[in-house]
Design a protein around this ligand. Structure first.
Ligand SMILES: CC(C)(COP(=O)(O)OP(=O)(O)OC[C@H]1O[C@@H](n2cnc3c(N)ncnc32)[C@H](O)[C@@H]1OP(=O)(O)O)[C@@H](O)C(=O)NCCC(=O)NCCS
Length: 165
């Protein structure tokens, strides 16, 4: 059965592998994405990333179930993290950090200069995750994100990067 996120109370298993997704995983990926409170990427963008030579879509898998995913894009000199999400019931179990380390290894294998990302200024958990892995804040893009549900003001983006040798 395909995953609808994760069962409440399920705890992290170190044996869950990180796999690279192919287009055949599209339904499982969309099921995981729709289990989150807010969408990070549209279904079309996720499907495009799965078919793109310039993207890698990585996931933590429990059999056919996907528990977390990340999308990273290769650019001429840098790589960019386009999304990372852990199923709500499994957050704060180390899966986000494991997945980010796999994203960093992917970018290093591409021999790019930096891994770049943008994150909502209010997203304390994601910013703490990135800082714990050595990312630095490079700047702020004012009013970059549309308002969150129930709010009327656009939100700033923090621009962060991890530099490679
Ligand atoms: C951000 C996200 C991917 C983190 O995944 P996670 O599996 O919960 O993170 P981890 O358990 O691996 O945490 C690793 C470190 O990140 C930081 N962190 C993660 N969640 C945190 C929280 N709620 N509060 C404070 N620090 C947090 C901590 O430094 C943590 O290390 P510690 O547990 O040893 O203190 C997850 O919260 C998520 O999916 N959020 C919704 C989607 C999202 O916002 N994506 C980012 C868009 S740019």
């Amino acid at each position: 059965m395909l995953n609808q996120g994760a069962e409440p109370g399920k705890v992290s298993e170190p044996s869950w592998p990180i796999i690279e997704l192919a287009f055949s995983h599209v339904d499982a990926l969309l099921a995981l994405e729709s289990s989150g409170v807010s969408r990070l990427m549209s279904p079309q963008l996720l499907a495009d990333a799965l078919s793109s030579e310039q993207h890698r879509v990585l996931a933590v898998a429990d059999g056919d179930d996907l528990l977390a995913y990340a999308v990273v894009a290769r650019q001429p000199f840098d790589a960019e993290l386009e999304a990372i999400m852990v199923a709500p019931a499994l957050r704060r179990n180390g899966l986000g950090a494991r997945l980010m380390k796999a994203v960093i290894e992917t970018a290093q294998a591409w021999k790019v200069e930096h891994l770049l990302l943008e994150v909502r200024a209010s997203n304390d958990s994601a910013i703490a995750l990135y800082r714990s892995l050595g990312f630095q804040q490079d700047g702020v893009r004012k009013g970059y994100y549309p308002p969150q549900k129930g709010q009327s003001i656009r939100e700033d983006a923090c621009l962060m990067s991890l530099a490679f040798q």
